[in-house]
Design a protein around this ligand. Structure first.
Ligand SMILES: *[C@@H]1O[C@H](CO)[C@@H](O)[C@H](O)[C@H]1NC(C)=O
Ligand SMILES: *[C@@H]1O[C@H](CO)[C@@H](O)[C@H](O)[C@H]1NC(C)=O
Ligand SMILES: *[C@@H]1O[C@H](CO)[C@@H](O)[C@H](O)[C@H]1NC(C)=O
Ligand SMILES: *[C@@H]1O[C@H](CO)[C@@H](O)[C@H](O)[C@H]1NC(C)=O
Length: 511
């Protein structure tokens, strides 16, 4: 018979065990093969969810189908439905959710602190062009990486907690800003997310704000003229050099069919008081190699009278702006929007970006100052701060992806180029030295690799361009997400298993 232990002795004994558990990493040399076998079970049903999300695109804050599918999977579809604690409609947002699951070997008492890691899932789409940003893959990556991590903890006997936050509306209103204020990311130091795009890189993301300007006057033609004068002025400001680092101010014409955050593929400008031949000659004289991929048509507008110039391709608005500049001084020439000449109010959104958060207001103020006397109102939306690359984890991922179980990928690198923006920067709360621009601190580690889902030799596109929707729906793209999710699960297990590695990953938080 074993000796009876006093309660105090028992508490001491379990505390010692817990400490041993926390400080003695397990042997996880089998992790690559273990995760491959876990993925074979875990990934296919989650891929089916991502495919359904892609087929049923929903705009930010309306992602009910995505929310319900995911919540149903983790509530009722798993072999062990009690594995995850599921909070639907979390943090006051109807389409946010929280998944949480802990593993404690019998030796670890319920009160002992265990390490935690968080995964982010996004699932919102773009107006008119569906999942042309590939957020179906962000959802899949977050759910798959978390599920694989959780299963590996049980197999390896590692005490830890895994959390997933489903974050609505990444594109427009910075859903993660709302969630941050509601406390969704409290108490967890390390968050993983992966974004599909057209190249592999661990890289920063730029700061962003939209300046939404309204132009109005008594007549349609005067409103169009004033708006285009503002477009010319901001374009000149942009070409002469905006303040800050890698700053840009890209205009979007809001005439119903276009929305901010959607790369416009077609823009029409009507020209009255000129001829088809004259407009044709003017546009041909402007269009050169600085407009890669841009084409145009010029035709008589049979409804309005006048000439319909339509430009196609990436940033076609620039061609109509330059055509306006070339023709606007000619006497008797006026401008209209083909299709509806009753609008006397027109909105232009300048999507303003800069590499560093600290410069964003300066750029915004420069744009605002130059259009101020032409607008009837100018407002801004929620700022997206810049996301900075935190040290340590990028090197861990790049080395891991070179290994055979993760596809022997050798084209990954840490890049300083910021290709886009993300609201995940709100969790990170990066602090950058105003002079050196060095990262000096952060609220949380947000590890956000951008991974390539384009197949070599196949046509590709960049996020928010309409063809990227098709790229994000290919079988190939899902195989890429399986690999990145498995690699993030691998690193998550390593971090949860080894306090020294966790300390390295989070060193920036202490500074
Ligand atoms: C174009 O000019 C003609 C002649 O002045 C006028 O009748 C017509 O309404 C104008 N169309 C537009 C769209 O401004
Ligand atoms: C102007 O031309 C474009 C390109 O041909 C066409 O798509 C559009 O419908 C035209 N607009 C009107 C009002 O005819
Ligand atoms: C033209 O625009 C006005 C103002 O936005 C709108 O009320 C009207 O329905 C539009 N007409 C057509 C034919 O699209
Ligand atoms: C943590 O970082 C130190 C210093 O770079 C390094 O020597 C050590 O191997 C790292 N430990 C782990 C577990 O990553």
């Amino acid at each position: 018979m074993p000796p009876l232990l006093s309660p105090i002795f028992l508490a001491l004994a379990t505390a010692t065990l817990a400490q041993t558990q926390a400080t003695q990493p397990r042997d996880i040399s089998t992790l690559p093969t273990l995760l491959q076998s876990i993925s074979a079970t875990v990934f296919p049903p989650l891929k089916a969810i991502a495919v359904s999300i892609w087929s049923n695109p929903e705009l930010g804050l309306s992602e009910h189908h995505a929310h319900d599918l995911i919540v149903d999977h983790f509530t009722t579809q798993l072999a062990d439905p009690s594995l995850w604690t599921v909070t639907p409609h979390a943090f006051g947002l109807p389409t946010a959710f929280k998944l949480e699951s802990s593993f404690r070997p019998p030796a670890v008492p319920p009160t002992a602190a265990i390490p935690t890691i968080g995964f982010l899932a996004e699932y919102d789409a773009l107006v008119g062009i569906g999942h042309a940003c590939g957020h179906n893959h962000i959802a899949l990556n977050g759910l798959a990486a978390a599920s694989m991590t959780r299963a590996a903890l049980t197999s390896l006997g590692i005490a830890a907690r895994v959390v997933v936050i489903g974050t609505p509306d990444e594109e427009n209103m910075a859903g993660k800003h709302t969630l941050l204020q509601a406390g969704a990311f409290d108490g967890i130091d390390v968050w993983f997310e992966a974004h599909p795009t057209s190249a592999n890189a661990v890289q920063p993301m730029n700061a962003r704000v939209n300046a939404i300007a309204s132009f109005a006057s008594a007549s349609h033609t005067q409103t169009v003229r004033t708006a285009y004068e503002a477009l010319v002025a901001v374009r000149d400001l942009t070409t002469s050099g905006l303040p800050g680092t890698s700053s840009s101010a890209v205009p979007v014409e809001e005439v119903g069919m276009f929305e901010c955050n959607v790369v416009q593929g077609q823009i029409s400008l009507g020209i009255n008081g000129s001829s088809v031949a004259a407009v044709q000659a003017t546009v041909s004289g402007i269009l050169d190699s600085t407009y890669p991929g841009v084409t145009f048509t010029v035709a008589q507008d049979t409804i309005e009278g006048g000439v319909n110039l339509t430009a196609f391709g990436p940033v076609p608005l620039v061609l109509t702006i330059e055509t306006f500049r070339a023709l606007s001084a000619q006497p008797g020439v006026s401008f209209f929007l083909p299709g509806n000449t009753t609008h006397t109010e027109l909105d232009i959104i300048w999507d303003i970006r800069s590499r560093y958060t600290q410069d964003l207001n300066t750029v915004l103020n420069a744009v605002t100052a130059i259009v101020d006397d032409k607008t009837t109102s100018i407002t801004t939306d929620t700022i997206y701060p810049a996301l900075e690359v935190t040290p340590f984890l990028p090197g861990v991922l790049i080395d891991l992806l070179k290994t055979a179980p993760y596809g022997s990928q050798t084209d990954w690198a840490v890049s300083t180029f910021a290709p886009a923006s993300t609201d995940a920067s709100w969790l990170q709360g990066a602090v950058v030295d105003p002079t050196t621009k060095a990262l000096v601190g952060a609220d949380r580690v947000v590890f956000h690799p951008n991974f390539n889902i384009c197949q070599a030799g196949e046509p590709c596109a960049f996020n928010h361009e309409p063809p990227f929707r098709d790229v994000a729906g290919t079988d190939f793209s899902y195989t890429r997400t399986e690999v990145i999710a498995r690699s993030l699960a691998h690193i998550a297990v390593e971090l949860l298993n080894d306090p020294a590695m966790m300390a390295n990953a989070t060193a920036i938080l202490g500074s």
